[in-house]
Structures are given as structure tokens and as C-alpha cells.
Design a binder for this molecule. Sequence first.
Ligand SMILES: Cc1ncc(C[n+]2csc(CCOP(=O)(O)OP(=O)(O)O)c2C)c(N)n1
Ligand SMILES: [Mg+2]
Length: 1034
Amino acid sequence: MHRLRTTVVRLRPIAAPQTAKSQSQARLAAVGGALRTFQPMRSYTASVSAEPFLNGTSSNYVEEMYYAWLENPRSVHKSWDIFFRNANAGAPPGAAYQSPPPLGGAALGLANAQAMVGVQPNVEKLVEDHLAVQSLVRAYQIRGHHVAQLDPLGIMAAIDPGPPPSDIITSNDKLDLSGYKERLYDLTAEEFYGLDESDLDKVFRLPTTTFIGGSESTLPLREIIQRLEMAYCQSIGVEFMFINDLEQCQWIRQKFERPGIMQFTLEEKRTLLARMVRSTRFEEFLQRKWSSEKRFGLEGCESLIPALKTIIDKSSMNGVESIIMGMPHRGRLNVLANVIRKELDQIFCQFDSKLEAADEGSGDVKYHLGMWHRRINRVTDRNITLSLMANPSHLEAVDPVVQGKTKAEQFYCGDTEGNRVMSILLHGDAAFAGQGVVYETFHLSDLPSYTTHGTIHVVVNNQIGFTTDPRVARSSSYPTDVAKVVNAPIFHVNADDPEAVMYVCNVAAEWRATFHKDVVVDLVCYRRNGHNEMDEPMFTQPLMYKQIKKQKGVLQKYAEKLIAEGAVTRQEYEEEIAKYDKICEEAHARSKDEKILHIKHWLDSPWPGFFNMDGQPKSMTSPSTGLTEEELGHIGHIASSVPVEDFTIHGGLSRILKGRAAMVGQRVCDWALGEYMAFGSLLKEGTHIRLSGQDVERGTFSHRHHVLHDQNVDKRICIPMNHIAPNQAPYTVCNSSLSEYGVLGFELGFAMASPNALVLWEAQFGDFHNTAQCIIDQFICPGQAKWVRQNGIVLLLPHGMEGMGPEHSSARPERFLQMCNEDPDAYPVSEFAVRQLYDCNWIIVNCSTPANYFHVLRRQILQPFRKPLIVFTPKSLLRHPDAKSNFDDMLPGTHFQRLIPDSGPVCEKPDGVKRIVFCTGKVYYELTRERKNRGMDNTVAIARIEQLSPFPFDQVKVETDRYPNADLVWCQEEHKNQGYYDYVKPRLRTTVDRTRPVWYDQPPSLTPLCFVLKVFSLLSHVCMCECVFMYMCV
Ligand SMILES: Cc1ncc(C[n+]2csc(CCOP(=O)(O)OP(=O)(O)O)c2C)c(N)n1
Ligand SMILES: [Mg+2]
């Protein structure tokens, strides 16, 4: 009795009256107008003597009654019916309650209830006791996880010296109560919801919100408490009561409350043991062979392997055919070996420092490269493809990438519900709580164009991050609290209880299959060694590690349990170990024969059919990216019309479409139309296009309008781009959440899945790309070099010094250019147009004409390999009258122009040209205007470098040779320490073999522009033009 009372007292709600009041108010308000007449406040402020059943602990019960009464007044007892009628009619506190009618025929139910609890002095006591039981059930459901025995070490007190919350005692207290004895005494001395020992054998009707009764609808209190303890306070702690969906809550309740749920067949137990053997012995094998190598072992969380395998088995059973996984360092080798089933010799040979790389790619294979494997799932006998994504050291960065790839795979196989393809994300406890991209990724989980229909998150919660304790690493109670933002249930489980782990993993997989929503499995474990095997953890966590040293391994504990149960014999267990050890030894022997490292064997996303057998491009030519006159006219027509009937668009948009039609009539296009031509034609040719980012549907600068909205019918939209041709590929254009890191990562992942899609991410302004810097630095820039993985993602970054302030001006070209792999001091010997592209790490362009933008987008798909493309896109040029292209520049035979030479009067007498001004982007238009104003059209040539990287050395050379008497000036509107100058200058000098100087004159600056916003444009351009043309005058 004492134990039961202690536990129930621990579960007593915090400030019950207030909590109950606020919950009740919220719920009552939700029901709508009718409820406003019933004032919930009165229930709790009313005189308790007048309405004694209305107190904090009864709130849930009263609420249930009230809801039932609202739906059907006859469904509640007469006494409640009268009470609610009176209350709704505005009866003052204390006056709404009337004694129930005398017992008799109609009141048989009440009489029965009374019989159940024995002779009651009055009905109030009966109600109160039932209310208390209901509160008790709810308390376990809400906060049982605080009492559950989750920590295998039981020493959280050692790392968190503060007392636990006053109303509950966590599992750790159970292990060391010395500090809390006084408080315990106080707590146990208190009343618990009015129940006491004498109530333990009374029988209570169970509320419909619990399943502990199984087929019973009534149970004695003692049994109720015992069953609740079994459900919520053992090795599993379920956090779910924050979910605002009754069906989902009921689903979880029945999964954990039904009596006898945690029963496994002999076969299941033996499989579990075999998996534990593999997981544990793999780590031990590595430790034996390479004791001085870092491997970020899994020791202390060996049950991760059976956990993942259970999720995979169950999901395969539910029809999933492909699982994409992302994970950090901890246990990665074990997952590769025992979950993805990478050949062991391939893993072991990575420890050989003499291994030579056969292909490009960094040697940092073990912890970063991915893997792709299709095999038969032994449990279900069905094919399943498992891929582990390559990832950088940057924790959690891979999360959105995995989601994007998963979405793409679902998209390409028409899996609109996520029934065939799913993702699993693994996390460390410190990273899960600390990294903001986790939150950004969760927020994508339910958005129509980003959902993967439920991800299973598994946290290896070893209660430490490198050397840092949770109490200084996060402000939330659990590392998993972030998942609550999307109402994902969280299953905490003691990882030293493999059966409990297996159970929650089964439930998690079923949850995903049923509701297609995210779910979290929190494996509470420990880290047997330091952060890596070389680290000394006793420096910083002495008490924790004293305990860990005493800790028996989970395999040993589980094996002993099964041997004691008779599920396996000791001999069978030892044979299983010997069998796996032999497999490892044999693989190790084979691994010694490996002399060459093939990074291509570690690809997570093969693109079948895209490369030739040697993994090389099928050709090294790029066809013309032009279109026929007819195609241009047709796409132009779609871009300037509404291709569905009875669709009313906004008047302003009608004018825009008319303007487009007029342009098509004149055979010219502006920026938006150029983009339309590129997208429309690629779609027609069968290339899927996905454009994602903040406000991309309309376009930040209101120029694009790819989604039309009916002005009369809410949410009715039309996407003309999907009306180009009958058999065209689908066009996806989607406004994203306000995230750069998460969304860019997602699109990068989407682009990984297939080379036959043009995937574009547009920043609202280029300035904001830096919150996604990690994706750019770790994946996009070096992806091919590190992981032999090509990617054709396009970044559209609005850029331009146009007086919009220091945060809306610069996409920081200098940073992208600084990360190009090209040697500025060496004039390339290779063929330029294609080979140079193939060799670069990414392509960077700043187009000055719509036609060139059109060509570069089409080239991105028509070229025989994939490279990331960074486009600095314009703002004012979107509407600049001169920034238009003639259809002639887009016809068959035309190409993207890496450099646009001057085609004006300077061509006639090149010897008379005194200066060549090289520039890029919109500044060209300011320079030509100024040149004209100054009458220098014959003496100054202006050449536009449209493709900055790879640098068009060959074409620049043609220009410098053409004007032998000219000096060279680089002009940009950015300050000298920004923009392109530092990148261009050495390349220009290399081109002319350092025979001519390169001029530039703008001071450096801290910010992308001066702060005098209004006059900025004018001033700076005058100033810039002075610099550019000044030397000419002297
Ligand atoms: C973004 C980022 N910041 C810092 C690090 C350095 N770092 C590597 S592991 C680690 C601790 C991770 O702790 P946790 O997430 O709990 O995983 P565990 O190692 O305990 O499995 C840190 C800080 C990193 N890799 N990435
Ligand atoms: Mg950790």
C-alpha cells in the first residue's frame, strides 16, 4: 500500500485547480457559441460547500460530463442534467446543484455504482471517488514518464544536483532517495485526490479514456494503480498527452495500456538476442583489432541495432520498399554493417591507412560516406532498399537532406501517401536539442510540398554530448521536446531493456503507417567510453563513469534473462557469439586483400543510366540550348494566358499577362518570360522542375506569377506551367516555410534523387542564403570532391546594390567565388565550354540578359553531367526596359554566352579603343548609359563576364587581344573587398600573362553598401563611373 500511495502522490498534478481551470476553459471555448452561456469560471470559484463536487480534481470528469450533456442531455445522470441546465440558465454559484432524484427504477445505474463502492454516505462521495480515479488515470498518462525507470545508470542525480520537480519523483530518485526523504515524508502524508488506503479494494468504473481494463469495465483501485504502473512507469515512458487529436491519443493509450501487450514469441526473443549479439560483438571486434582508432562506438546503446531492424521489419510488413536514413557518427559503422549490410571487409579495410584511393573523393570514408543496398528482408521476404546518406561532421545538417531525398523518391514512384518510401533519422541527444535545423526540419514535416508522410526519429540519448552534461546543454527536460511542435508522440525507453525497445519501435512503425506523422523513439542509454575511444571521460564525468564501469553489458543481461527463462540455452548463446565472431574474422582476413579504395562503392544515390559503365559522362558535348520560334511562341502564349475556364484573376495581373502577350508579339522577352521559356521547354521535354523557396510562386519582386489565384473562389489556383503540353513533366512550384537551412537542405536532397530534374531554390534576397551556409559549405560546394556525388541544384540569389540597405543587397558573390576550385594563376589547357565545366566544383553566373538566363537554365539539364549552379539574379533588371532579349538570341543554334563582348562602335576600330571595362550583371546597363553620356562609345569597350566560374579565360583573352591598345579595368558596384574583384583580378592578369595592369578603385567597406540609402544609388554609380572613366579623361 505504501508503495502505491507513494506513486500516486508523486503523480498529483501541479496546482490542480489552476491547471484544471485553464484546460477546461480552453476546451469549453473550443466547442463554440453554446458554451459561452456556461461559465466555467464559476465551477471553480463557486462555494465548495454549495457545489462540493466541483473542485480542481474533478475538472476532467465535469468536462466529460458537460460534453456528453451538450451532445445529448439524456446521456448524463439526471442530477448532471439539472445542474448543467441551471448553470446554463445563469444560476449563481451554489444554486445550480440540486440533490439527485431518489434511487429507484430510473436511477438504477447510480444504485449499481453505489453497490460497486459499497454503501456510500452520499452520492457526492461516490462522484468524488470516481473523479479521483479518473484524475489518477490521467495523471499517469500525462506524467507517468517522469516516474518511469528510463535511465539504465540511474544516476541522473549525479549529474543534475537540483531536486526534481516538487510534485513528482523521477526514476532516479528511486535509486537514491537520501536527498529527498524529508519531502517524501511530506508527500506521502498528504491526501491523494481524497483516496486513501481504505479505497484500495473498492471497485471503480473505468473512464473511456483508458484501456487498462482490457475486457473489464470496472477494476478495484489497487489493480488500477498496478496496471497504470505497468503501462507508464516501467522501462517505457510515453509522452503523448499534448497531442490534440483524440483518436491519436486513444490509439497510443491502447498500445501501451492493454494488459499483456509486452509479450513476445520465442522466435522473436531469439531473433532479438541474435541481433544484440551482432551489435555487441561487432563493437568488440573493432576494439580488439583497432584499439587505438577512433570509431565513435555504440557501446552502451547496443540495442540501437535491433531497434532499427525492428522498425525496418515492421515497415516492410506495412508495404514500405525503400528506407532512407540519416545519422551522425555514433554507431555509424555498426549500422552500416548490421543494418544496411555493407560488406564487413569493405568496412574493415577502411582502417588500413595504406589503402589508396582509386577515384576522386576524400579519404574520410568511415564516418561520412553513405551506402545504398537492395536486399530481401528476411522477416517479410520482401525486397527492401536501404540507403544511408553521406553526411558531414556538422551534426543534424543531413536531416533536411534526407527528407528531400525521401520526398523525391516518393514523388518519382507516385507514392503520394508515403506508403512505399520512408525516412528514419538518427540523432544524438545533445545535437537533437541544440541544433536549430532539427526544428526547421520538423516544421517541414506536414507541409504539402515537403511532407514525407512521417519520419521515425531515433535518439541515441547517452545523456552526454562530448564532455557536456544535459543540465548545461539544454533548457528542456528531455532532448526530444522539440518534437512536440508537430505533435509527434515521444517514446522514451530504457535501452537496457531490449524487449521494451523492440516494443516501442514496433509501435513507432505502426504509428507512422497509421497516421503518417513523425514519431520519436528516445533510447535512453549511456556511452561506455569517452566521446571517442581515445577520450578520457573521467576528467569531466567522474561519477557517471564510476557507475558505467560497474554496469553490466546489455547483451549479457539479456542473455542471462533468456537463459533463465529457458528461451535459449547457454550453449546456443555461445554458439551464436562464436558464429558471428567467425564471420568478422573471415571478413577481416579478406579485407587485407583490398589494396584500393573505391569511393564509388559508397554512393548513397546511384543514378542508373546517367553515366557510362565507368561512371563517366556519356558524352562531353553540350547541345544547343535554343528553341524553335514555334516553341517560344507557344510557351509565351501559355505564360500570358489563363488556361482554364471561368477563372477570374486580379486586374493587376491581367495587365501583366497582357504585357507578356505584347512582348511575345514583338518577339522579345523579359526576365520572367525568359525563365518561363526555359522551364516550359524543359517540362515539355520531360524534365521535372521543382522551384522552392520563400514566396517563389509569385516571386519576391512580383514578377513571376507562376500560380494564379481565382479572385472569387477561395484557394482555387491555376498553374499555367502545367498546361504546356499533354505529356509534359509535372511542374512543382512551392512557397516554403521561412527557413533557409532546412529548405535548401531539403531541395539539395531532392536533387540528389535523380539527375533528370531541375531543382531550384530561390532565396528571398541573396543576403539570406547565409543562414543556410552549412548546406552550401558542407554539401553543395565540396559534395562531389568529398563524396563522388554530383548534384545539379540551382540557387537563385537576388543580388544588387539598389539602396535597400545592408541586409537586402548582397548575395556575397565573394564567398561563393572564394570557394571555387579553379587555379587563378594557371591558364587552363583544357577544352573550355564543357571540360572546364566538368572539372569545376560549381558554376557561378551573373546573367545580364533574359536570353542568357534562359540558356544557362536549359544547359543545366542538357549538359551530360550535373554541377551546382549559383545564379546571382537581378532585382531592378526584372523591369529594366533595356534588359530584354530578342527571340533571335534563343533560337536553335544559340547557346549560353559565357562572355558577351561589346558589339557596338568599338568593333569597327578596335585599335582606337583606349580601355576595356570588364563587368558582370546589371552594372553593365549603368556603364553603357554613362559611356554614351560621356561620348566614349568609340574609345571604351565594355565586356560582360556572364559566367564567373569557371572563368572564361579563352574569351577574355579574345577581348584583350582584340583591343591591344586598351588598358584593363574591372568595374563592379560592390566595394573592393566584396563582389568579384579579388576573384577576377588574378584571372585577368593570368589571361594577359601579367603584361597589363588591372585597374579598380573603390574603397573597401564593412557592409555591402553605404548607409545613405536614398542617395546611394545615384551617388555610388556616379562615383563608380568616375572611377571607371576617370583615367580616360587625363
Ligand atoms: C554542428 C556541430 N557542432 C559541433 C560539433 C562537434 N561535436 C561533435 S560530436 C559532439 C557531441 C555530440 O553529442 P550528441 O549529439 O549527444 O552525440 P553523442 O556523441 O553523444 O552520440 C560535438 C559537440 C559538430 N560535429 N557539429
Ligand atoms: Mg549524446
